[in-house]
Design a protein. Structure first.
Length: 207
């Protein structure tokens, strides 16, 4: 994959968290816990247990010390939450953060077994990523091992230590008019002017 292939990065969150996000920025799991900030989570509890234990190679802390962004928000995590699409949104994040120090790219789901996922600098990580696999609309394969590999690759991540400023958020994606109205109301309250875009396919709401 080339840097020019990446127009935006993405953060998946419940709409109820949006006021907090625009007050505090995007925070890592451990930072939210340390600051005792109330929030909702759509993460799978078993996956979260794996992420809590995961140590970043090279003495760079734990996975929960990082904000996790996706190259492709239409991924396995989103698929699990497709029935609650109206309660969730996707924040677009400026891909320029890839040039910042201490950013890490994974070539698959960061919670996966170390045999199946690697952690890299942005320049090396982008070389490792297969554009077609990362942005694939489906990870189905008759071969269960291949399907597992594809599902993980679609969940390739960009990890940012501790905190990401609100200034990096470029827009909000939602699945429907109901969610759009709710987001616009929240943004008006916090006096933030960014685009709110309806994209049902991002949330597996095919038309």
């Amino acid at each position: 994959m080339n840097r020019d292939d990446i127009k935006e990065l993405y953060f998946i969150t419940p709409i109820d968290n949006i006021p907090s996000v625009f007050k505090h920025g995007l925070l890592s799991h451990n930072k939210i816990k340390a600051l005792a900030i109330p929030h909702k989570s759509i993460a799978d509890e078993e996956v979260q247990k794996l992420r809590a234990k995961k140590v970043i190679p090279g003495g760079k802390g734990k996975l929960h010390d990082y904000v996790n962004l996706y190259f492709n928000p239409r991924n396995a995590m989103m698929f699990k939450r497709k029935d609650s699409h109206a309660q969730n949104c996707v924040l677009g994040v400026n891909a320029a953060i890839l040039a910042e120090p201490n950013v890490i790219i994974t070539d698959g789901n960061a919670a996966a077994n170390d045999v199946y996922v690697g952690f890299f600098s942005p320049s090396l990580g982008l070389q490792r990523l297969d554009k077609k696999m990362v942005f694939a609309r489906s990870w189905w394969s008759q071969n269960p091992y291949e399907m597992c590999r594809r599902r993980s690759t679609v969940c390739a991540e960009v990890l940012v230590r501790d905190h990401l400023s609100v200034s990096n958020i470029t827009g909000v994606y939602v699945s429907c008019e109901e969610s759009s109205d709710k987001i616009k109301s929240i943004l008006a309250t916090v006096k933030i002017n960014i685009p709110v875009l309806i994209n049902g396919k991002m949330f597996f709401q095919e038309v």
